[in-house]
Design a protein around this ligand. Structure first.
Ligand SMILES: [Mg+2]
Length: 309
């Protein structure tokens, strides 16, 4: 079935996803502060505000700004936006800092991205961490979400696994947002099957998503031990677990974020990915959605991001 998605609806879905992504990122990052315990969230003890957001949010804001202003991505503009807005203290990895500095100083992005990691290209989780709002924007087409996610990934991530991670997250976010428009809650195995269908079966990310399906219903700590929690900061070590969490807790944003925090690893990024997928489905300030108090505690987003329509 095809239907018309008006630009304001696309932007509203992408902004809700960005709210979830940025709150997950900022709250997740709080748990790297010494003395904070993952059990605090379950006990209802929230960190004192403000919660500063990190690189995940900074890059996702550029994705939403490009979509909101131009209506679609232009890779040259996107690469430059990432490079010019990069504030290194936001927690960028050394590889990302190098790629973005090359682009900022005039190296074409295909050259900069291909040169990374001794010519292998990056398979880091950076393309996946910023892409959920793009998936929500393309709620009317998981195929288009996959194509545009690939394009958005390639400006920094030339390795097939880095790209596959972004495609997987965007397709999940598109399907989650579409389900919201349809007023349904997709079964976890159905959601993950849609994601797996968009991936190259030879990729490690695909293999991880298939493993995630087999682990549905299992306790989260055991699942993270098998799938990874992002501690290696690769796409294949990060994305399958985040999709398991999002599929399992698609209608419960606070629980989805708590599961990421308790799993440890690259928590700001796992919570950003999960938050971006889930919030495109639940919305903000709704039952099961991003709590208004959490949104208020997050550092404000830059004023160049198009406002919620
Ligand atoms: Mg980060």
């Amino acid at each position: 079935m095809t239907f018309t998605l008006f630009p304001d609806t696309r932007l509203a879905l992408a902004r809700d996803s960005l709210a979830g992504l940025s709150v997950g990122d900022a709250l997740g990052a709080e748990f790297f502060v010494p003395g904070r315990h993952p059990g605090d969230l379950a006990a209802g003890r929230l960190p004192a505000p403000p919660w500063p957001w990190t690189d995940d949010t900074e890059m996702a804001c550029s994705v939403v700004a490009e979509l909101g202003v131009a209506g679609q991505l232009d890779r040259d503009r996107l690469a430059l936006a990432f490079a010019e807005r990069c504030e290194p203290y936001r927690g960028y990895g050394p590889g990302a800092v190098t790629i973005l500095r090359l682009i900022r100083t005039g190296t074409p992005w295909p050259v900069a991205a291909a040169a990374a990691f001794d010519g292998q290209g990056s398979c880091g989780n950076g393309a996946a961490m910023r892409v959920a709002p793009l998936g929500a924007w393309y709620a009317d087409s998981t195929r288009r979400a996959a194509e545009e996610a690939r394009a958005s990934a390639e400006v920094t991530h030339a390795h097939p696994e880095g790209i596959a991670g972004a495609v997987a997250v965007a397709v999940a976010a598109a399907a989650a947002a579409r389900a919201r428009l349809d007023g349904v809650r997709p079964d976890p195995d159905r959601l993950l099957a849609v994601v797996a269908g968009a991936l190259d079966p030879a990729s490690a990310v695909h293999r991880g998503v298939r493993e995630a399906v087999a682990l549905l219903g299992h306790p989260a700590d055991g699942v993270a031990a098998v799938l990874g929690n992002g501690s290696r900061v690769t796409a294949q070590d990060t994305v399958p677990f985040t999709l398991w969490v999002a599929a399992t807790h698609l209608d419960d944003y606070p629980t989805a974020i708590r599961v990421c925090v308790e799993a440890g690893g690259d928590v700001d990024t796992t919570a950003a990915i999960v938050g971006g997928i889930v919030a495109g489905h639940t919305g903000v300030g709704t039952p099961g959605g991003v709590p208004d108090g959490w949104l208020a505690a997050r550092e404000p987003l830059p004023d160049w991001v198009p406002a919620h329509p």
